[in-house]
Write a protein that binds this ligand. Structure first.
Ligand SMILES: Nc1ncnc2c1ncn2[C@@H]1O[C@H](COP(=O)(O)OP(=O)(O)OP(=O)(O)O)[C@@H](O)[C@H]1O
Ligand SMILES: [Mg+2]
Length: 478
């Protein structure tokens, strides 16, 4: 059953209170009534001892009429209010005190047996007077023989009043307290949980279109305060990725729109103008270039989407020095064509774990940029070295450099420092964002240092495969 927390709390609280009060009440009731009875028993025992001494004459037990009055006068034994009854050893009544009037104290078989055996016993009897009475059955002995049985009783008027008052207090008081306390508990639970209701209400109002709204953080920094803050952090992250998604879609459409417009224009002109076969061929060639541009953009976008969706990267053992060699040879003709002097200055033997193709793409993008943004006569130096647990790939160029204010954005998608020039170079502004995604996916980092007109240094840090990892990998645990 899915009860609201408020009801659950109240039920728990009330049940616990109920159990506590009932246990406590029962203990008080039992202990109090027992201790009252024990104190009456004690008084009766001492009275019975005194009476037995006073009436006892060796060999006989004789009592005058109104013996209780006599006892009070001559022995100072206060018998007032108490019942006294004397029986012979066969249980026959010998004397009844005036307090009993026409009544007598009954004697149960069990009590008689106890008395004959020389043992004192106590009984609570209902039918003596107006109130129940507590009776001591006291055997009077001579030379080890029971000669008569003395019964002394006290009406339980006072203790009955106390015990019944306590009984009423408990039976009425406990339910009343529980009803009152559960009401208070319900109210307190509502008060304590009202911020949760408020959070739910506010959170319901926030939708995709209103992600800029935040929950109000009011009150102390308790569990609920922290919950609200966590909610707000989550909404902030959602808002950011929503914005990024929107931005990305806008940028991507914009990038595709330009070649499409060019393509459309060329086609329209070709249709209108009366072109020769050679002229038409030229239009088709130029259209194909635009189509190539578009398919390269679409391919890059697809690559990005793949890395984005965190498809599990393969865990190949990648020999970085070999990849650097390979990519160097691949890009060398480009550098030569541009008149840039490109060299590998250091190439230590380093192995990392990851996706061989992606790491190749990462190195290619960096070298490609270095060539693209370095003018004739410039230099490019590539190096690979190991420093503790990191493999460091450095691509240094003496190219145009990047302004300080642009550096924070160069890893953003579609960001180009000089839009006009890079378009001429064929850049879309996705290369470095892909590098960043690849480095992140390999739990590494990428850093850049650059000065306008002097050149740039890109450094990539990739974690090195440790010996333990390799061993686990080989054993098939990783
Ligand atoms: N080595 C470099 N020297 C100077 N500027 C650079 C260098 N590398 C990158 N940049 C600047 O950073 C921008 C972003 O680089 P990125 O590689 O992401 O895009 P791109 O090279 O313009 O296009 P793409 O790589 O998608 O073909 C570039 O447009 C360029 O302005
Ligand atoms: Mg690039």
């Amino acid at each position: 059953m899915s009860l609201p927390i408020r009801a659950k709390l109240t039920i728990w609280y009330t049940t616990l209170l109920c159990a506590t009060l009932i246990t406590f009440g029962s203990i008080v009731y039992v202990v109090l009534s027992r201790s009252i009875t024990a104190s009456i028993d004690k008084r009766l025992t001492s009275l019975a001892e005194m009476v037995s001494k006073a009436v006892f004459r060796p060999g006989t037990v004789t009592l005058p009429k109104d013996f209780d009055i006599f006892l009070e006068h001559f022995f100072g034994i206060k018998t007032s209010g108490n019942y006294i009854q004397l029986l012979d050893k066969y249980g026959k009544i010998v004397f009844i005190s005036s307090t009993l009037g026409k009544n007598h104290i009954p004697l149960s078989g069990k009590a008689y047996h106890h008395a004959i055996g020389g043992n004192i016993s106590y009984e609570t009897i209902d039918n003596v007077g107006q109130y129940p009475a507590r009776i001591i059955i006291f055997p009077m002995m001579e030379k080890g023989q029971v000669i008569s049985i003395l019964q002394v009783g006290a009406p339980l008027q006072e203790s009955a009043v106390i015990i019944s008052a306590l009984f009423y207090i408990l039976t009425l008081g406990i339910p009343l307290t529980i009803i009152l306390a559960s009401g208070v508990g319900w109210f307190l639970a509502k008060k304590a949980l009202s911020p949760v209701d408020e959070i739910t209400r506010m959170a319901k109002k926030i939708e995709a279109g209103s992600l800029n709204e935040r929950l109000k953080v009011s009150g102390p920094k308790d569990e609920l305060g922290r919950l609200t803050e966590t909610f707000n952090d989550m909404i902030a992250r959602l808002e950011l990725s929503f914005k990024q998604m929107k931005q990305f879609t806008a940028d991507a459409s914009h990038e595709l729109k330009t070649p499409l417009t060019v393509l459309k224009g060329e086609m329209e002109i070709a249709l209108k103008a009366e072109k020769t076969v050679e002229g038409l061929k030229e239009t088709i060639r130029s259209s194909l270039e635009e189509i190539d541009k578009m398919s390269s953009i679409v391919k890059t976008l697809l690559d990005l989407a793949r890395i984005d969706s965190r498809i599990k990267l393969p865990k190949d053992k990648v020999s970085l020095n070999e990849i650097i060699e390979e990519r160097f040879n691949q890009t060398m003709p480009l550098a030569k064509y541009k008149g840039v002097d490109m060299t590998i200055v250091k190439n230590e033997k380093v192995v990392v774990t990851g996706d061989i193709l992606r790491i190749g793409q990462l190195i290619f993008n960096l070298v490609d940029n270095a060539i693209k943004y370095t003018v004739k006569g410039g230099k490019i130096q590539i190096s690979l070295e190991q420093e503790s647990d990191w493999a460091i790939i450095t691509v240094l160029d003496t190219g145009i450099g990047i302004a300080k204010e642009d550096i924070p954005y160069i890893f953003d998608r579609f960001y180009r420092v000089d839009k006009a020039r890079t378009r001429a170079e064929g850049g879309v502004g996705l290369g470095l964002s892909i590098c960043k995604e690849i480095v992140d996916a390999h739990e590494g980092r990428i850093e850049v240092e650059s000065k306008v007109g002097k050149g740039s240094i890109f450094r990539v840090y990739l974690p090195i495969t440790s010996k333990t990892d390799e061993l686990l990998n080989e054993l098939g645990f990783a």
